[in-house]
Structure formats: structure tokens, C-alpha cells
Design a protein around this ligand. Structure first.
Ligand code: ADP
Ligand code: MG
Length: 831
């Protein structure tokens, strides 16, 4: 019989993947060929060009890393740049092709186990996955012959496995998912039968493998270099690649053993490599529980901080949570569990195996996803077709169902009736009369806790049973997954390095937004060398666009433009995102009446090692400066921010990743993400130390405004000044930076309101603008304006002087320094 619902759910993990099958309200994990419940996401291409997926490939990666690929999920969405040449491939293989090999293997395991040839499955993605990564996941499904692949967020899947049959309402759960490559903290809400991610924080590059590498770098490698002659023995050196792969796998084994037993573990590797003198290198070392605990510590801290961040952002406290669910193999580490329990004050729930729970939840979700019936194509003669409208999964115990019966031979359907019968309890809907056009509507009755199947009985006016298609339908009562809203805010990076947020995080999809910008430089029609660059970014930092991830760019080349577009021209930018999260962008330039549209090629940009190294130096200096200022301040908030940078070992993690990245491209993207985190952390600290500076500025501006008002003011300005003064006192007292900065602007406006009427001020302006002549856009025009200005001065014509000065100011470019920062955007929001 043709499958009516998708029923299969896949956890396509960084380290391990699993597939499960919906069996009523539960899910069954389908074992692989070897009987294991999960399959390592590793691919090996042998010399005869055969692909191997799973344990064999993971082990092969130890001895022959150049023939194998692992952890490719981390580079999903990086495009062709992330393609790797394996030893026996001619063409480089992309992460999505590698992922598709894993999916093919899972499909094959299903075929061997159940005989099902599936072409649809729900695939899970981390909540923190960005648009290009989702797109790549869908493509991997397609390559593997899965033409229908609804994506489901991993934390929702995990929550469904726990709570699909949950009867209480208004619940908040924290899904703590610590896998091999990614970490996700998601807050899940269950309300009125609906389940939804209300917030999440995550890191695509925080996972168990970092712990494995730490064991190698901090314990195993140092012991070897102390006892053998091994020059330049590091992970980045191609010469030692095999040795390091071996060490890492052994480190992982040791980690899992210590994690399980909390006892010391004796590690013995007979043949690591050969040293300079040709001696076989052996490693014998005992790792204690305390060793591992120390290594785990910064990662535990970071994960707990992310949980707290997600909670605080939603104005929640740990005590608001009803449950903390452990997901992912790394969550089994006892010290992680202790940190979470201690910091959140709540037991962590381990009732399901954290490694396969996501696949289970995906299957349960898949059980409620209806497949498009292809029945039209193979209509059987003499059989009545029924077009049905219903949800196959929902919170309703009396779900509505409606539809239309079509006759095979154009008979009128007056007097016909239809009945649903629960095949297990024999509950009957009673005979429902069809309208003459075959239409009907009724309600089913569904028991909780099982998948109900109903037989459809069709009768003619004489009560004779007729053949119909479909013959059966199913409905399961359980929680419903809310449509996934926009996961990160989406917008445009502007020339001043601010982000114009088009669509906020949480916006339901599909969504569309248009914003009017203006260009900041001239673009010459027909000339390839000039461009309007509209970088599309994803992230939450509106004040600094370059702290967000750039996911694509809408680039308008001069050669595609009919006529010149002078600086300051309007440009209407539209972003559009559909429910499958495909983004399209378009721009319309009114002065030339031309529209530009580009499907975004979603691809993350990654910097080079040299760029990152330079960036790290800059950040290190910034950090030192903030630390210096903070020392004199004794401000506890700033201290706490700085401590967080230290406790999470951000700088040293970036250093490690940089060292690795110099040979191994795979570390580049994690390194860049960690850099963005570090920058954002320093930003916050800088902002915090900015406060005292701002208070000082407020005092100075106030003094100046007061002296102007005393000299030239009137009653009105006096009153405005007094109000400002009071509010500045309040803002300073309440530590309210926004309010203080608004009042500073008010004071400046009061001052300007007075100066505006003073001729001597305009004279000053004109003189100081003369120094900026070199920077002005149009030197001829500028010179002309200066002549006009000076003439106006001589004639005491203040209006003419004002006009000249105002026009001159407009000739100044947007701050040059601002322009080179950021993602290279070439527009700003129109004023
Ligand atoms: P992913 O979601 O990245 O595919 P998994 O949830 O399968 O990852 O977790 C894999 C990670 O869990 C690996 O880093 C592995 O070393 C680690 N792991 C597995 N079992 C344990 C354990 N008992 N204790 C600690 N870590 C474990
Ligand atoms: Mg996982």
C-alpha cells in the first residue's frame, strides 16, 4: 500500500546519524547493518572508488585520513569552497555530497530492515543552522533520492520524543544538546497542544571533538614530544596527520570510558608513528578523572552561559523551567551534568538515550506529515476516488475531516453515504450523507496515546458497499509543531557598518520587507569597475553589521546599469523569504527606473588564516585596552564580562583553531565564528566602560549649553535646559545609556538652536570647512560655494552664508573610516 505519511525521521549529525520509524505514538530506531542504533557520519572512498559509510570509514580515517571525510556537517553551506579532494577522487567532494552518502546509507539500512524504498524523510537541523546550511541539507537529501525532506529543528524533535503525549499544558523545557560538533540550548514551550522553540542560543562549533583535541594537545602530544625526537609535532603539520588522527580517536575512547566510569583510564598506543631517528613512537599514559574535568570545564561554562543567555533573552529564570532534557553524546559527561544542575538548580532528564532521541522525535513528527498522494495517476477503473482534507496529527480528540467523493463514471452522488470505522475499537462515525456533488464533512473520534486508523466505507443509495480510494486513513492525537519562524534576524549591512534589520528573529514565514536606502558613491553606467554592493547578513547585532554572518550579496555592477547613478540616489531593497527559507533579494533604482533581482546564492564567507591572525591581534589589543580601563573603574558588570572571556578561554581557543587551520581548512569556519563571539564579548565590555565616558561627556555638554543659554537664551530654552538637567540626573542614576545619549543630543540641539541665529557661528563653520576641502566630492562646486560663503560674510547676509555652509556639508563624504569597515555595503538607510 502506498504510504500516506512520511513516517521516517533522520538525525543527520556531525558525528553520528540515525534513522527511526514512526510506530504509532512511539518511534523505533532502525539498526544499521552492524546492528548499531547509530552510524558514524564518516565517508571513506577506497582505491576502487567504492564509498563506505559508518564505523569502517571512521576507523579508516585514523590510519588513512586522506581517503576519508568526517565532520563535514560543520562545513555544510560553505559551497564549493568546502569541497575536499579525497585521495582517490578526481573531483573534489562537497559537504552536501558527503552528507548525501550518509543519507543513502540510512536509506539502504531501511530497505534491508523493512523492505521499504523510501523517497521522503524528515531531516533534523540544529536550531542554530543558518540559511545556507539548511539549503545544503535539502540538497543532500535530494542527491540521496529523498525528494521530500521537511526540515525539523533538532530541539523540537528531542522535545517531541519526550512530550508528544504530554497532557499538561503551559510547560517550559530546556533542551540541552551537546553533540560531537555543535551545541544548542533551546527553550521549548508547550501550550494549548502546540510545541514551539521560543528561543535558543547555540554554537555551531562547540562539541565533544574539541574535548578530544584538548586531550591530545594538552596531555598526549606533550608527553610524546618530551620523550621522543619529534620536530614540529603539531596537528597542522601534514607529516604528522596520521599520528594526530590516531591520537584523537584514542582520546575519544578514553574520554568516553572515563565519562562512564569516572575512573582513571590507561591509554596505550603501540605505534603512533616513527620519530626523527626512525624509532617507533609508543604512548603510555594514565588519564585521571580530574584531568578530564579540567579540560571539560571551559566548555561546560560556555554551554551553561549559552543556556542562561537564551533564558535571559526571553525574560526567564532557571526556576521557570519544568524540565531540562539532555541530548547528544557529550551530555553524558558527568561534569557537564553537574555544572548544568548546579547552575540551573534542576535535575537533568536522561530518560531517553541522548544519541538517538533526535531521530526518534523526527520520526514521530514524520508520522504526522502527509505525503502527496500520487493516486490520480493510477486511478483504478470502477473505484471511487476520495479527495480528503484533514490533519493526520493534532491536539484535537475530535478532529474534523472533510472531502469530496469523485465518481468514476459521472453518476450523481445523491443518496450516497460514507462512514469512518476505527479498525481497533470499531467506533463508527455513523453514515454521513453526501451532497449531490459528493461533498461531506464530519468529525472523527481519536483516543489519546495511540495512532488511530479508520476504514472508509462508501455506500450507494441501496446500502451496497462500494470500492473507494483511499481505503484507510490514520490520525494521531499529540502535540503539534508550530511553524518554524525566522531563526536569526535578517538584514542588510550598510556602508556605515550598521545593519538595517529587515526581518526580526521570530517573524513567521513567509515574510517580505522593503526598505529605502541611498547610495554612498557614484556608479558609472556601463563600467564594470564600479559596483553597488548590498551584503545580506544574518544575526542580532544591529549596531555593528560585521559582527553578523554574511550569507550572500546582491551586487549590481556598473555594466548592467543604463545610466550613471550618482551618490545619494535612492535604492529600494526588498528581501523575501519563503517557508523553506529560500531567500531572494531585489533592488529598484528609481532614477534609472531599473529593477535588479538575484536569487541569493547562499554561501557563508570565510576569511583566510592571515586575515584571522591579523584580526586576533587587533582584538587582543582591544581586550588589553578594555582591561586597562576596567582596572581603574572597579565596575562589577565590566569585570564579569571580562571574566567570561577568560573563563571560556576564548582567545586560546581561537589560537588553537588558528594553529590547526593553517593546514586544515576545516578549522577555519569554527575559528571565524569564535572570533565573532570574542569581538561581540569585547564590544559589550567596551560599551560598559563607555558609560563613565558618556557621563563625563554629558557634564561637558551641559556646561556648554548652560553658558549659551545664560548668554543668549530665552524663557523657553531655559525651561528645556532645566528639563534636560533633571532627566540627565535621572538617567545617570538609573544607568540608562539610551536615555542619557538622547538627552545629550537634546542639549546639543538646544545649543544649536541658539547658535543657528548667531552669525559668528556660521563664520566659524565656514572656516573649519575650508580645512576639509580636499575631502569634498566636487572640488569645483566646493570652491564656488566657498566664494559665495565669503561674499555673504562680507555682506552680512546670514541666510546666504547658511545656505553655502549647508551645501558644503553635503559635499563631505560619509566618514571614510566607516566606509572601509564592515561587509563593504554601499548603501545607507535613506533619511
Ligand atoms: P552529533 O549530534 O554531533 O552527531 P552525538 O550526539 O552523536 O553527536 O554525540 C557524539 C559525541 O558524543 C562525540 O563527541 C562522542 O565522543 C561523545 N560521546 C558519546 N558517548 C559519550 C559518553 N558516554 N561520554 C561522553 N561523551 C560521549
Ligand atoms: Mg546531534
Amino acid at each position: 500500500m502506498e504510504r500516506a505519511t512520511i513516517d521516517y525521521g533522520i538525525d543527520l549529525g556531525t558525528t553520528n546519524s540515525a534513522i527511526a520509524f514512526a510506530d504509532g505514538v512511539e518511534a523505533k530506531v532502525i539498526p544499521n547493518r552492524e546492528g548499531a542504533s547509530f552510524t558514524p557520519s564518516a565517508v571513506w572512498l577506497d582505491r576502487k572508488n567504492r564509498m563506505h559509510v559508518g564505523r569502517l570509514a571512521k576507523e579508516r580515517a585514523e590510519s588513512n585520513p586522506e581517503e576519508c571525510a568526517t565532520e563535514f556537517k560543520l562545513r555544510m553551506g560553505d559551497g564549493d569552497r568546502a569541497a575536499r579532494t579525497l585521495r582517490y577522487t578526481e573531483q573534489p567532494v562537497t559537504p552536501q555530497t558527503l552528507s548525501s552518502e550518509v543519507l543513502k546509507q540510512l536509506r539502504e539500512d531501511v530497505r534491508q530492515n523493512t523492505g521499504d524504498e523510501i523517497n521522503a524523510a524528515v531531516i533534523t537541523v540544529p536550531a542554530a543552522f543558518e540559511l545556507p546550511q539548511c539549503e545544503a541539507t535539502r540538497m543532500a537529501g535530494e542527491l540521496a533520492g529523498l525528494s521530500v525532506t521537511p526540515l525539523l529543528q533538532e530541539p523540537v524533535a528531542a522535545a517531541l520524543a519526550y512530550g508528544f503525549q504530554e497532557e499538561s499544558d503551559n510547560l517550559l523545557w530546556l533542551i540541552y544538546d551537546f553533540g560531537g560538533g555543535t551545541f544548542d540550548a533551546a527553550i521549548i514551550q508547550v501550550r494549548e497542544g502546540r510545541i514551539e522553540v521560543i528561543n535558543h542560543a547555540g554554537d555551531n562549533n562547540l562539541g565533544g571533538k574539541l574535548i578530544d583535541w584538548d586531550i591530545v594537545n594538552k596531555r598526549l602530544a606533550p608527553q610524546l614530544t618530551a620523550s621522543y625526537r619529534l620536530s614540529d609535532f603539531n596537528r597542522g603539520n601534514p607529516r604528522w596527520r596520521t599520528a594526530f588522527a590516531k591520537l584523537k580517536q584514542e582520546a575519544e575512547k578514553a574520554k568516553i570510558e572515563i565519562s562512564r566510569t569516572e575512573q582513571p583510564y590507561d591509554l596505550w598506543i603501540e605505534n603512533v608513528c616513527k620519530d626523527e631517528s626512525g624509532n617507533t613512537v609508543e604512548l603510555e599514559i594514565t588519564l585521571g578523572s580530574a584531568d578530564l574535568e579540567a579540560i571539560v570545564k571551559p566548555y561546560a561554562t560556555r554551554s551553561v552561559n549559552l543556556c542562561k543567555e537564551a533564558l535571559t533573552e526571553s525574560s526567564l529564570a532557571p526556576r521557570d523551567l519544568n524540565r531540562v532534557v539532555a541530548v547528544g553524546g557529550t551530555s553524558l559527561l558527568p561534569w557537564l551534568r553537574h555544572s548544568v544542575e548546579q547552575e540551573l538548580g534542576m535535575q537533568v532528564d536522561f530518560s531517553f538515550d541522548p544519541i538517538t532521541i533526535v531521530a526518534r522525535g523526527a520520526a514521530i513528527f514524520a508520522g504526522g506529515q502527509r505525503l502527496e498522494q500520487k493516486s490520480r495517476a493510477k486511478t483504478t477503473p470502477g473505484v471511487f476516488q476520495i479527495e480528503l482534507e484533514y490533519d493526520s496529527q493534532g491536539a484535537d480528540t475530535e478532529p474534523p475531516i472533510g472531502g469530496r467523493v469523485e465518481t468514476p463514471d459521472a453518476t450523481a452522488l445523491t443518496g450516497f453515504s460514507l462512514q469512518f470505522v476505527d479498525v481497533r475499537t470499531m467506533w463508527q462515525s455513523g453514515k454521513i450523507k453526501l451532497g449531490s456533488n459528493g461533498v461531506f464533512i464530519t468529525n472523527l473520534h481519536a483516543d489519546r496515546g495511540r495512532r488511530c486508523e479508520y476504514e472508509i466505507e462508501l455506500f450507494d443509495p441501496k446500502g451496497r458497499r462500494l470500492k473507494c480510494e483511499p481505503e484507510r486513513i490514520a490520525y494521531t492525537n499529540g502535540l503539534v509543531v508550530e511553524e518554524v519562524p525566522l531563526i536569526h534576524s535578517l538584514g542588510v549591512a550598510m556602508a556605515n557598518n550598521e545593519m538595517d534589520v529587515f526581518l526580526r528573529k521570530g517573524t513567521p514565514l513567509p515574510a517580505r520587507h522593503r526598505s529605502v536606502h541611498q547610495t554612498v558613491s557614484d556608479v558609472c553606467g556601463g563600467q564594470q569597475s564600479t559596483l553597488i554592493n548590498i551584503p545580506i547578513v544574518e544575526g542580532e547585532s544591529a549596531r555593528r553589521a560585521d559582527r553578523n554572518r554574511r550569507i550572500g550579496v546582491l551586487s549590481i555592477s556598473g555594466k548592467d546599469i543604463r545610466r550613471d547613478v550618482p551618490s545619494g540616489s535612492e535604492i529600494e531593497i526588498t528581501l523575501n523569504i519563503d517557508p523553506s527559507r529560500n531567500v531572494t533579494s531585489s533592488a529598484y533604482i528609481p532614477v534609472i527606473d531599473q529593477e535588479f533581482e538575484q536569487p541569493l546564492k547562499l554561501e557563508k564567507t570565510v576569511s583566510s588564516v592571515a586575515q584571522l591572525r591579523e584580526e586576533l591581534e587587533i582584538q587582543r589589543r582591544r581586550l588589553e585596552e578594555v582591561q586597562e580601563t576596567a582596572r581603574d573603574l572597579a565596575d562589577s558588570k565590566v569585570q564579569e564580562m571580562l571574566k567570561r572571556i577568560e573563563c571560556e578561554a576564548m582567545v586560546s581557543q581561537i589560537e588553537d583553531l588558528l594553529a590547526a587551520a593553517s593546514q586544515d581548512e576545516e578549522s577555519l569556519s569554527p575559528c571565524e565564528n569564535r572570533m565573532l563571539d570574542l569581538m561581540a564579548a569585547i564590544d559589550s565590555a567596551e560599551d560598559a566602560v563607555e558609560w563613565p565616558a558618556m557621563v563625563k561627556k554629558a557634564g561637558m555638554v551641559l556646561d556648554e549649553a548652560e553658558s549659551l543659554v545664560n548668554r543668549y537664551g530665552n524663557l523657553e530654552t531655559q525651561q528645556r535646559l532645566d528639563r534636560c538637567k533633571t532627566e540627565i540626573r535621572v538617567a545617570t542614576h538609573a544607568n540608562d545609556a539610551d536615555m542619557l545619549s538622547r538627552r545629550i543630543n537634546d542639549l546639543l540641539a538646544i545649543g544649536f538652536g541658539i547658535l543657528e541665529h548667531r552669525p559668528e557661528w556660521w563664520v566659524n563653520c565656514l572656516q573649519s570647512l575650508e580645512e576639509d576641502l580636499g575631502k569634498m566630492r566636487d572640488a569645483n562646486l566646493a570652491n564656488q560655494l566657498f566664494i559665495q560663503g565669503r561674499r555673504a560674510m562680507e555682506n552680512d547676509n546670514i541666510e546666504a552664508l547658511k545656505a553655502a555652509v549647508s551645501q558644503l556639508i553635503r559635499l563631505l563624504p560619509i566618514d571614510e573610516r566607516e566606509k572601509v569597515r564592515g561587509w563593504g555595503g554601499s548603501t545607507v538607510r535613506a533619511s
